[in-house]
Design a protein around this ligand. Structure first.
Ligand SMILES: NC(=O)c1ccc[n+]([C@@H]2O[C@H](COP(=O)([O-])OP(=O)(O)OC[C@H]3O[C@@H](n4cnc5c(N)ncnc54)[C@H](O)[C@@H]3O)[C@@H](O)[C@H]2O)c1
Length: 425
């Protein structure tokens, strides 16, 4: 028997996941919830959804769907709502999937309080908490996790992660942050945003781009399975009174962390830069350097030193890109297909039908959405619920991302003073 899931938040991003959850072969029943009735109606009336959705399973509020008999809730609502909503869902006995981040609000102490409450509630309710971070299932991250498991990086030395999304980027396609803010702050729920932000401003609480830190931090921390100990960070403020940034101290922030594994990590969150943010493979990116192997821009490079002893580094010989006559040992340009982990064939077969209803079993499946991560996030959450096991990105690791962000904010506000990262375990 399959599982039952409720989808809460069918807006711009949530609607990209509805058909994937419906198509998964281990999902029997889908409930829908949004405070905007037309967003629910769109999926209720979609023939693709018909065999797993029925009108009695449609809701307008989180409180109502929490009363329903469902195994899990997928919460893809506005970012300042995630933590309280996930707590309410777990308290009603449901496993939860949360859109990133754990929460985005301008009050760092409050952020840490919510993070601690997420951990406590997951433990006391016995419900799993999965943060739906797309970087965790990018092809690059899957490949680096396999290399890390083999010990092929050797001793870690240095890594970088960044999320570059200029406020005016995406005007020729992709996501434009001014438009995103506009649609998230309209409607029954969204229209409460301005009053909420004004209350924080009155209390002297301002945000930074680190309040949305998961795309940049997740790659290096998840691959290396380590924790940050302390940080020194710097930020740059907006200087032309741009109303988009009226609730922010900084529009760009960069942080250098000391990690528990002895290496250092540079994280940058940039929102006011001369970058278009169209190519997400360039704007949500990480690099990891170890003493034996390194990964950067889809290239794996290694030497024959291995601190793990049993590791078998990829020592293929490939032409050096700038000079095809120059064979380059220990250098491998990786394609997305080579880097990805496989999805089970029966799952691929169902997902294929979303994009092409006439797809045949032998047709290729091309994973889509944020570097092909969306189908993997869906498959992982379905299995987390089915097996009642912690997700690959655990609740503990998810709260650590927020602790890292809060420490960086604190350091940047003190001009780079070294700040300890709180241990929220
Ligand atoms: N790469 C990524 O991981 C990525 C990319 C884009 C967006 N996101 C995240 O996805 C989330 C959603 O973004 P979006 O652009 O779809 O927002 P959106 O405003 O388009 O959609 C949110 C929806 O949630 C509904 N909602 C909120 N609270 C509700 C409640 N209590 N009951 C019923 N409905 C409720 C709203 O009515 C709205 O339709 C954001 O938090 C964002 O951070 C992540």
């Amino acid at each position: 028997m399959g599982i039952s899931l409720g989808l809460v938040g069918l807006g711009s991003f949530g609607s990209q996941f509805a058909k994937l959850f419906k198509a998964h072969p281990d999902v029997d029943r889908i409930a829908l919830c949004d405070s905007e009735p037309e967003k629910v109606k769109k999926f209720l009336e979609d023939p693709f959804m018909a065999d797993k959705v029925n009108p009695a399973d449609c809701y307008a509020t989180l409180a109502e769907i929490c009363q329903a008999d469902l195994d899990g809730l997928v919460i893809i609502t506005q970012p300042w709502l995630h933590a309280p909503q996930c707590i309410e869902a777990m308290q009603s006995g449901k496993h939860v999937y949360s859109a990133v981040p754990l929460i985005t609000i301008p009050d760092d102490e409050e952020t840490l309080e919510w993070a601690a409450k997420i951990l406590q509630t997951s433990r006391s309710s016995g419900c799993q908490y999965m943060l739906g971070e797309t970087t965790i299932y990018r092809a690059q991250t899957m490949f680096c996790r396999r290399m890390a498991a083999e010990g092929a990086f050797g001793e870690y030395v240095y890594s970088e992660g960044e999320y570059v999304h200029d406020v005016d980027g995406g005007i020729n396609g992709g996501s434009n942050l001014r438009k995103v803010l506009e649609h998230r702050t309209t409607g029954v729920i969204g229209s409460k945003y301005n009053a909420l932000m004004e209350a924080y401003t009155q209390r002297g609480k301002f945000g930074t781009p680190m309040n949305y830190p998961t795309h940049s931090i997740a790659g290096p921390i998840n691959v290396m399975q380590t924790r940050a100990l302390k940080v020194s960070a710097y930020g740059t403020p907006n200087s032309n009174n741009d109303p988009y940034f009226k609730h922010d101290d900084f529009t760009n922030i960069s942080a250098l962390y000391q990690l528990a594994n002895g290496s250092s990590l540079r994280i940058s969150e940039l929102r006011e830069v001369g970058a278009t943010s169209i190519d997400r493979d360039e704007s949500e990116i990480f690099r990891i350097f170890g003493k034996s192997g390194s990964f950067s821009r889809n290239v794996w490079q290694c030497n024959e030193r291995s601190t793990a002893g049993t590791a078998k580094p990829i020592m293929e010989t490939e032409p050096y890109p700038q000079n095809p006559n120059w064979p380059w040992k220990g250098f491998k340009q990786m394609s997305a297909e080579e880097m990805r982990d496989p999805l089970p064939q029966e799952v691929q077969n169902q997902f294929k039908l979303i994009y092409n209803p006439n797809a045949l079993p032998h047709d290729d499946f091309q994973p889509q959405g944020h570097g092909g991560s969306h189908p993997y996030l869906v498959h992982e959450f379905v299995n987390v619920v089915k097996e009642n096991r912690p997700p690959l990105l655990t609740a503990e690791e998810s709260v650590h991302y927020m602790a890292m962000a809060v420490a960086a904010n604190s350091s940047a506000r003190k001009e780079g003073e070294i700040v300890k990262v709180q241990n929220l375990q």
